[in-house]
Ligand binder design. Structure first.
Ligand SMILES: [Zn+2]
Length: 458
């Protein structure tokens, strides 16, 4: 009889056992992964605008003017910036070489002269800036188009954001429809008809005499010029307005100008005589507005009992360092807040509001954060992951929350196919007709999802 070779058998047995554990582990792992469902994002809801969204060109103009008037009355900080570039020259003469030299000498000098001619205006918080910016005097019928937009799009798979919806997500390749959302601010774009006299009315545009002076100053020693003819084209006004407060954030004006004039060359270039010329310029003028205010680092905060977390208040006023922020909490039995914004939860669960405020030039500005003191839900499971029923039969599904002491243990129930199985608000499943469906629950706290596959036998 052959002896049982314990020394040889043992490693083999261990190897086989390990293999079994490994294979079982892999299957168990796959099953867990397949059944593991993360948090569903909360359903999207855009914050409501302060006033109805303007639709027609007239409504958009009126809305923009209301927000400009509001700024004139409430006096936020205000500053302007300008940008100008000369796009090209054309001279009607045959002496190309000489003109190239002239253009090189004169170009930079004229450009600088044009830039220097812009007046930069500004006003600090509370300072009057009447006359530096005005409500637009445009008529709706001088507009080629008027748009007021806040839409942007989000890929439902990877969360990438874009202003337009692409055919295919550049990040994850998803081809399904993106979710439409609305930013807190409107972007308003007005295109003005070429040659419209309305263009000059609203922004500090220069008269032909002023333009001639600017060019003459820049070209001193090279040529002098008569009064030019000015033609405006592609004039456009854009504005950003916070739709939740109707506070204007920026207002800018952009246009192209064609300047036609006769250059009378002097000095070294006098032999050129009088040369008709055209200069093309593109310029923009932007006003920026900063509104005093305070915003908290979170609109909602969840804390487990006895835990502490800091809220940060960001100020947009001129001197945030020397401004005292006051902190308060509506229900001190739930949590307390100190003078630095540290929120400390008590031992009770509940909901309350934290407020931060400060005074600036006789007005109080504040922001609030909703505080939840609770044991947050971290996961959800169901009493059964698969159920086989006959039509007409019922079965009850129970929820299992983790952690077990989670404060808000409520869910909403859904079915993927009502013709196969329905589910009531208590998790009672009723088989309707043969087929398969998924019944799932989503937690009210944290939006965790757990699914049970239902087979209804024929
Ligand atoms: Zn994507």
């Amino acid at each position: 009889m052959k002896n049982f070779d314990f020394k040889k058998a043992l490693p083999r047995a261990v190897t086989i056992l390990l293999c079994i554990f490994f294979v079982a582990g892999v299957f168990w792992g796959i099953d867990s992964v397949l059944n593991m469902e993360g948090t569903l994002p909360p359903p999207y809801e855009a914050p409501k605008s302060l006033s109805p969204r303007p639709q027609t060109p007239q409504e958009i103009l009126t809305y923009l003017n209301t927000s400009i008037t509001k700024a004139l009355n409430e006096k936020p900080r205000f500053s302007s910036s300008t940008n100008c570039k000369l796009n090209g020259y054309s001279f009607q003469t045959t002496d190309e070489a000489l003109l190239t030299e002239v253009a090189q000498h004169v170009g930079g000098s004229v450009e600088k002269s044009v830039e220097d001619s812009f007046l930069s205006v500004s006003a600090d918080f509370g300072e009057d800036f009447t006359g530096k910016v005005n409500p637009l005097r445009l008529a709706a019928d001088s507009l080629v188009s008027a748009e007021c937009l806040c839409e942007y799009y989000v890929c439902p798979v990877c969360g990438k954001e874009d202003g337009v919806q692409p055919e295919e997500c550049p990040e994850c390749g998803n081809k399904d429809a993106w979710e439409e959302r609305c930013r807190d601010e409107y972007t308003i774009t007005l295109l003005i008809e070429d040659g419209s006299s309305a263009v000059a009315g609203d922004f500090t545009l220069r008269s032909p005499q002023e333009v001639a002076t600017i060019i003459r100053d820049g070209a001193a020693g090279f040529f002098s010029c008569d009064e030019p003819k000015l033609q405006y084209r592609n004039a456009q006004i854009t504005a950003r307005v916070n739709r939740l407060t109707n506070q204007i954030l920026s207002l800018s004006f952009k246009k192209e100008t064609v300047v036609s004039l006769n250059l009378d060359f002097t000095g070294d270039f006098a032999s050129l005589g009088i040369v008709p010329a055209e200069i093309e310029a593109e310029d923009s003028y932007t006003f920026d507005f900063t509104w005093p205010g305070l915003s908290l680092s979170a609109r909602e905060l969840s804390l487990a009992p006895k835990k502490t977390e800091a809220l940060v208040a960001a100020l947009t006023c001129s001197d945030p360092v020397n401004t005292t922020v006051r902190w308060s909490i509506a229900d001190e039995s739930i949590a307390v807040v100190d003078s630095e914004g540290y929120v400390k939860a008590g031992k009770n669960t509940g909901q309350t509001t934290v407020t931060a405020s400060f005074d600036f030039q006789g007005k109080t500005y504040s922001d609030t954060c909703t505080l939840f003191v609770k044991e947050s839900v971290e996961g959800l499971d169901l009493s059964k992951r698969r159920l086989t029923l006959s039509a007409g039969e019922t079965a009850e599904l129970k929820t299992k929350f983790s952690p077990k002491k989670a404060t808000i243990q409520t869910v909403k129930w859904y079915t993927s196919d009502e013709t196969v199985a329905t589910v009531d608000p208590n998790g009672l499943v009723t088989a309707a007709a043969p087929g398969s469906a998924e019944v799932y629950a989503v937690t009210d706290d944290g939006y965790f999802k757990a699914t049970c596959r239902i087979e209804v036998k024929s």
